[in-house]
Write a protein that binds this ligand. Structure first.
Ligand code: BJW
Length: 276
């Protein structure tokens, strides 16, 4: 009798444990879930203009987008810069001034990504941004690759050296290291036809990632638009966007809506699924 009671109560305890903690009893289940947890270790996040839209920085292709009133070839190609450097420098001077104004600051989406990164081992998280603003860094993100350059940097046309840059740039601007050289600087920006930065590091991270999250990008500009196709078969591919992107079909899951709402919502879902 005592033995039956003991067996019964043990069974009830085990069942309760199984229901509340799926890792507890069944070895095959434990293994599967362990694999699932391991699978989510390496995270790569790709961001585009949509994540900074709610910080007051216009996107490129929306109505009111940055290209409105500009032909892309005039302001975002090396040829455009060679044929009308004043126009191009002015385009970037205006954007730099806006970025440095007190009304532009990181929003809830930038901050949520930085907090998420801080909760993970540094080698498990890479944030690739196509944005040339510095809002991810301001929010506290550490492992950031700015693949299309940085608005707050200047590059020497002769040597390729890169300098921090906060002022307007004109054809009369002296070189920071050789004051007698004027107008030998350009914005540290990747224009169409130029090779994006840090491609080796980016490709290495993407082909080995377990979770790939693309936020606020239209999927129109390569090579970034093709990153999702380079992820491993088992990877969890998630898109966060207000609208459909050109490469939406390549993602496993979509969080539709504004980045400031959907990025924290996605991170919460990720935690529920893989950390509880
Ligand atoms: C929200 C939201 C909210 C709004 N919440 N979401 C075929 C294959 C490969 C390459 C090519 C190809 N055909 C042509 C090319 C070459 C070319 C290219 O892609 N052209 C396309 C137009 C077709 N690419 C290049 O030239 C690149 N270099 C290159 O390919 O080198 C050779 C190479 C080959 C293979 C491997 C490696 C290298 C260089 C591209 C440089 C792009 N530069 C720019 C300008 C930077 C300077 C500047 O800032 O002025 O980068 S272009 C512009 O587009 C900028 C952006 O980073 C980029 C992407 O834009 P993004 O971020 O997607 O913004 P939007 O506005 O398009 O979309 C915003 C999204 O947010 C929308 O979806 C909204 O719905 C959403 N959204 N509010 C959530 N609140």
């Amino acid at each position: 009798m005592t033995l039956v009671l003991w067996l019964k109560s043990t069974l009830i305890v085990l069942l309760a444990k199984e229901l509340t903690d799926p890792l507890y009893i069944l070895p095959f289940k434990r293994q599967n879930i362990y694999r699932e947890k391991r699978r989510m270790q390496k995270i790569v996040v790709l961001t585009g203009a949509g994540i900074s839209a709610e910080s007051g920085i216009p996107t490129f292709r929306g109505s009111d987008g940055l290209w409105e009133g500009h032909r892309i070839e005039e302001v975002a190609t090396p040829e455009g810069f060679r044929s009308n450097p004043e126009l191009v420098l002015d385009f970037y001077n205006q954007r730099r001034q806006k970025l440095l104004s007190s009304d532009v600051k990181p929003n809830a989406a930038h901050i949520a990504l930085a907090v998420w990164e801080a909760s993970l081992p540094p080698s498990d998280f890479l944030l690739i941004t196509q944005n040339v603003d510095d809002l991810h860094v301001r929010a506290g993100s550490k492992n950031v690759v700015a693949m299309h350059g940085e608005l707050l940097k200047a590059r020497c046309l002769d040597t390729g050296s890169v300098f921090p840059w906060y002022m307007d740039m004109t054809l009369q601007t002296p070189h920071p290291e050789k004051a007698d050289q004027l107008g030998r600087l350009r914005p540290h920006i990747v224009w169409f036809g130029e090779m994006p930065l840090e491609m080796e590091q980016i490709e290495e991270a993407i082909i080995d990632c377990d979770c790939f999250v693309s936020i606020g990008t239209s999927g129109k500009v390569y090579p970034a638009a093709g990153f999702v196709q380079m992820t491993p078969k088992e990877c969890w591919r998630v898109e966060i966007n207000l609208d459909n992107a050109d490469n939406s079909g390549a993602f496993d899951d979509s969080f539709v809506g504004r980045a400031t709402e959907q990025v924290p919502r996605f991170i919460e879902a990720w935690k529920q699924r893989f950390c509880s």
